[in-house]
Design a protein around this ligand. Sequence first.
Ligand code: ADP
Length: 558
Amino acid sequence: MTKRIFRSTCLVVMGVFLACLVLIMGVMYDYFTTIQQHQLREETELAAQGVALTGEEYLADLDTERSRITWIAQDGTVLYDSHGDTARMESHLERQEVIQAMAQGYGESVRYSTTSMERLLYSAQLLPDGSVIRLSVEQDSILTLILSMLQPMCVVVGIALVLALVLADRVAKQIVKPLNELNLDEPHQNGEYDELAPLLRRIDSQQRQLKGQSIELHRRQQEFDTITNSMGEGLVLLNVHGRILSMNPMAARLLGADESCVGKDILAVSRDPEVLRLISRAREGERGSTVLTLEGAGYELDVNPVFSEDLVTGVVILLFDVTEKERAEQMRREFTANVSHELKTPLHTISGCAELLTTGLVRPEDEKQFAGQIYSEAQRMIRLVEDIINLSHLDEGAGDMAREETDLYALAERTVQSLSSTAERAEVTLSLRGERAVVYGVPQLLHGILYNLCDNGIKYNRPQGRVEVSVENAPGAVRLTVADTGIGIPPEHQQRIFERFYRVDKSHSKEVGGTGLGLSIVKHAARIHDAAIDLQSDPGRGTVICVTFPAEHKEFIQ
Ligand code: ADP
């Protein structure tokens, strides 16, 4: 803009200057002509007086270098001419200045010379004897004038040009300065140019609009960041060219990237061929997923295209931990295999016994024994199925089971009662001590804990052994302890006995009617009640299992 103003100003100044120069030249030429005419008139008058007094002698003595003197008789004959041969000259009566002088005493005219194309000024004066004395001078043409003034004119034009350049530069800068200093943050405070007011008003309103939009965008970005930052899953957003638009902290941690990766190509973060293949497919509109091992855990990577008006405008990558899922899947598979295996054995026994009975190969005195085996195996299956049902119920969270304030001591009394005959058969003394202790929980599950712990205490005991159950109120807790003087559990098995179908001695467990699920049920039921299990066992001396229920559990559940 400065350049444009500078150029325009220069052109205008120079244009005006040249126009003025031409005008001045014209006026000056006119002025010089008038002066020359005056001089010519005065000289003519002088010459006329001289000739009137002394005749031709006067003319002969005159220096007529600059002007031409002609003396014309009354009849038009040229009597004297300073620049020509009078004999060959025609009559001058027709000359305009001569006609005028003869009529009025004085005449003048201007003519162009036919030979030299120069301007000639004529002045004629009538003498008393009727003759006319005429003077003529050549006048410089305007071109001659210009040529003669060329040098000073060049100097003047040069000075004018320099001045024009300096002025134009200053003017351009002065005009542009307020524009450069416009405060666009406060457009209405700029009052230098009234012409800019509509534009500034428009800028002001658009700026306010932009500010509003940017605040809204900022708010949304914060919302988005808050959500994605607290996500347990990794989230990466890419544009259609594979550049990272956003990456939440979880994704950055898993992919080993940092904040600076935003704006870079995804290649800067991952070069896994499978990931790159999924991203390139997503850019073509296809979704896909794969499982990666990151930080030692299994993560599912879901890659989805983002569509806008049927065009892929970006890619969303979601990373979530599937270790738990895989573990649960694995457990389910193992559980199914274990259940099938556990059911197969009694079913084979039942089927074998029944087959023998139906074929009549069994001696009548042995039939009772066979029937008894079928019964005991069927009982085992029933226990197993019951335990499986209980466990699957616990797996679902037992949310539908009603909780109530339950006196654990009263419940233990009933359990001990129901197991007294079993204990008697095993020649084990089962005893209970303690006090009323209220637990807010599911009675059925609390009974499951008591039953399985007491049952194990009896099953894995020795004749004349003891199982002591105690229920007591501890500070902020209710403690249930089942201590036996049984075979104990070797330290290497102590961690695993709460796993499903885990047994220290499989055949012994089966012998005593164990399903391998009792302690799993105890563990689950305890977890639902937020109770902690503590196991202390000494092989050959006995086992103590302590379950501690939190006293504030009621409030916690509510
Ligand atoms: P089971 O139905 O076989 O008893 P559990 O889950 O109740 O299954 O127990 C798992 C294993 O832990 C048992 O097979 C047994 O080997 C061991 N066990 C449990 N309780 C005791 C205990 N009080 N004394 C010794 N061993 C025990």
